[in-house]
Write a protein that binds this ligand. Structure first.
Ligand SMILES: *Cc1c(COP(=O)(O)O)cnc(C)c1O
Length: 428
């Protein structure tokens, strides 16, 4: 490949932005500072590579390309066609899938398209309930999914706190849903895809997996894949996967035309070609041995973090995790999720409050926190650092304060600074 000449202009020019719009340039810089100065433990976030960010900030953003490669409604698509075809081919290879659609703008858009492909308004979907770990788009009343479709929800078992498979089977036999959906935003354990496949076959349903959270672990071959079992798998590309903020869908060949028509023209207009190029870059990254090692380390780190928090009285639901995230019950230490989030934040640790199964608190207070290891693992931290982080969270949550000037906030923040100095995000 010929290296770019000095005058090559591909899109981004921070100097030009800075001189024209110091307000927004300032936000880009202070956000980078924020990322670098704290610990990012939001389970749905990650730090994508400079290569991915470069594709995002490119002139491909300018191009209208409604349609699919070779079948566009606009002229001038020769170059963006190449980007989308590369993204499709890499996505299919990465997940060993019959078909891939890389145009969904986000996880929610991908999900909209799956509903559009398989369901008519008023038909029934069986999915995990939001308070037990599902997602807004899985039939909650505030979402299109609950307004336009009849959602029946399963939850977790009171004892194990893992999916109540007996309840799933009972509800499927009773309601005969058009679609059965597995996946969610706060499920620390592996999902039994074979069980869902057999049940879907028994009741004549489509089996859909929303793998938004864990698809990166599948890409890194660190956990079993839903792709052989499911009719359709939707996912985001910006969580563990570490690509641009976006979505994608893979499915069996028999559903390919339906899915493509549901993404465009049913739900979306022109695809974001710069984001599709960034997805292609990310899929290439995910096929490397380095990424596979990363995915395994994300899980080892999550298991260590869950264990250390547990040793400090902050109990992991289900007793631990098989994935990149754990959910913790704060009732033992007498702190609400809301307070825990604020205290951790004051100490430089970013995490989120989260409802735990059978939570007695309202969702905006919550009795739990959710922590995830994708970002800190990208920064190169390992299980030793997770022990430290677990202790720091426990100190901030149980002894700290929402005031950043409180002595405990300051003391924990000093140790956070030490960690992020040794394991920087976007090293200079
Ligand atoms: C994050 C998530 C989504 C939504 O993705 P967005 O990109 O935020 O629209 C959908 N489903 C699940 C299970 C998720 O975790």
């Amino acid at each position: 490949m010929t290296p770019p000449s000095d005058d090559t202009f591909y899109g981004s020019d921070f100097g030009a932005l800075q001189s024209f719009d110091p307000d927004i340039a300032g936000v880009l810089l202070s956000e980078l500072d924020r990322i670098r100065s704290g610990l990012q433990l939001i389970a749905s976030e990650n730090l994508s590579s400079p290569a991915v960010l470069t594709a995002l900030g490119s002139t491909l953003s300018n191009k209208y390309a409604e349609g699919y490669p070779g079948r566009r409604y606009y002229g001038g698509c020769s170059e963006v066609d190449k980007a989308e075809q590369i993204a499709i081919d890499r996505c299919k290879a990465l997940f060993d899938a019959d078909h891939a659609n890389v145009q969904p703008h986000s996880g929610a858009s991908a999900n909209q398209a799956v509903y559009g492909a398989f369901m008519q308004p008023g038909e029934t979907i069986l999915a995990m309930s939001l308070p037990h770990g599902g997602h807004l788009t899985h039939g909650t009343k505030v979402s299109f999914s609950g307004k336009w479709f009849n959602a029946v929800h399963y939850g977790v078992d009171n004892e194990t706190e893992d999916i109540d498979y007996d309840q799933v089977a009972e509800l499927a036999r009773e309601h005969r849903p058009k679609v059965i959906l597995a996946g969610g935003s706060a499920i620390p354990r592996l999902i039994d895809f074979e069980f869902f496949r057999n049940l879907a076959d028994e009741v004549g349903a489509i089996f859909w997996v929303d793998a938004a959270h864990f698809i990166g672990l599948v890409a890194g071959k660190a956990i079993p894949s839903p792709v052989p079992w499911a009719d359709v798998v939707s996912f985001t590309t910006h969580k563990v996967l570490r690509g641009p903020r976006s979505g994608a869908i893979v499915c069996k060949e028999e559903h390919a035309a339906k899915i493509d028509k549901a993404v465009f023209p049913m739900m979306q207009g022109g695809p974001q070609m710069h984001t599709i190029a960034a997805k292609a870059v990310n899929f290439k990254e995910c096929a490397t041995p380095e990424y596979a090692a990363y995915a395994k380390q994300v899980i080892a780190n999550a298991q260590q973090l869950a264990a250390t928090l547990g040793e400090n009285g902050i109990r992991p639901t289900t007793g631990g995790t098989d994935t990149h995230l754990s959910l913790h019950d704060l009732q033992g230490v007498g702190v609400t999720g809301k307070d825990a989030e604020a205290r951790a934040d004051a100490a430089g640790i970013v995490l989120n409050k989260n409802a735990i199964p059978f939570d007695p608190q309202k969702p905006n207070i919550a009795s739990g926190i959710r922590v995830g290891t994708p970002s800190v693992t990208t920064q190169g931290m390992g299980t030793e650092e997770m022990k430290t982080i677990g202790e720091l969270i426990a100190t901030a949550v149980t002894k700290g304060d929402a005031d950043p000037d409180h002595a405990v906030s300051k003391e924990v923040r000093a140790q956070v600074t030490d960690l992020v100095t040794r394991f920087p995000a976007y090293p200079r």
